[in-house]
Design a protein around this ligand. Structure first.
Ligand code: GDP
Ligand code: MN
Ligand code: MN
Length: 255
């Protein structure tokens, strides 16, 4: 296995067209395989929304009884208190609740409104993030292997906001078959200097372009395949530990 980021400096990207509206119980891997001929080493990016819908990680708003805290935040933001309760229910820890709700989820992701979303799902329902997105990626990877016989790698993506800059981008929330980080530490730059701190979050870079191809609306393209990304070595510690996260510390000191 050659450890370059890009093989031959050409990467192909395929949007998988014609997938139906996804519902609980649908076999996503099979639906994708029916529409795309995989090759070994392909990287399949799947939008969190469709994975969550296929596995029933959704909630009916009508079944949610908001508590007093949710009611208060909902009044302030002119929101549906049941939606706010769903956001609070997903949180392991609430980092801030003003001017918006920012939480940490049990699997380590920190996101606005716990990643709970009302778009691209039937009225009256919300989509939740999968509780273990790396396990989700692994399950899809095995599903694709079963249908196609190919050894693909999988990233579960989500559209997220970020600090310091306007605009959302795609991030990887789960991955399988690759490390999240490509570790450059110990490598040399053009002038022979040793790289001491560079750890590239490659799964997020790939998810970002997948998200660009998916769009955010009615495009109906929740799965993108990249061919020719090559292989890398690194590690999976994508999320800062609580005590090393400076931004989190600064935010939480504020309140
Ligand atoms: P998120 O980024 O994971 O929260 O997902 P989005 O709601 O932004 O959707 C990403 C892409 O998937 C867009 O092209 C949507 O139109 C598409 N999409 C969402 N749900 C479905 C579905 O059930 N079926 C199909 N075919 N596409 C969907
Ligand atoms: Mn989402
Ligand atoms: Mn999106």
């Amino acid at each position: 296995m050659e450890l370059t980021t890009v093989q031959d400096m050409v990467i192909q990207a395929f949007g998988i067209e014609g997938l139906p509206l996804i519902h609980r119980g649908d076999d996503l891997a099979a639906l994708i395989c029916e529409r795309f001929r995989f090759e070994d080493g392909d990287i399949l990016c799947v939008a969190q929304t469709v994975y969550s819908k296929s596995r029933g990680y959704t909630r009916d708003l009508s079944a949610i009884v908001p508590g007093e805290y949710a009611e208060r935040l909902a009044r302030r933001d002119n929101e549906d208190p049941r939606f706010v309760q769903a956001v609070l229910d997903e949180a392991k820890e609430i980092l801030i609740d003003d001017p918006f709700i920012l939480t940490e989820l049990p699997f380590g992701h920190i996101g606005v409104r716990s990643g709970v979303d009302r778009s691209n799902i039937e009225d009256g329902q919300v989509a939740l993030l999968p509780p273990d997105p790396c396990a989700a990626a692994k399950e899809l990877r095995e599903g694709i292997r079963k249908c196609s016989g190919c050894d693909v790698r999988v990233i579960i993506t989500d559209t997220v906001g970020r600090a310091f800059r306007r605009g959302q981008t795609g991030n990887a929330i789960g991955w399988s078959g690759m490390t999240a980080i490509k570790d450059f530490r110990g490598a040399r730059d053009l002038f022979g200097h040793e790289l001491k701190i560079t750890e590239e979050a490659v799964v997020d870079e790939i998810a970002g372009f997948a998200n660009f191809m998916m769009g955010e609306g009615s495009e109906g393209i929740p799965a993108i395949v990249f061919r020719g990304c090559g292989y890398w070595e690194g590690h999976d510690n994508l999320y800062f530990r609580k005590e090393e996260d400076l931004i989190r510390r600064a935010l939480c000191r504020r309140g």
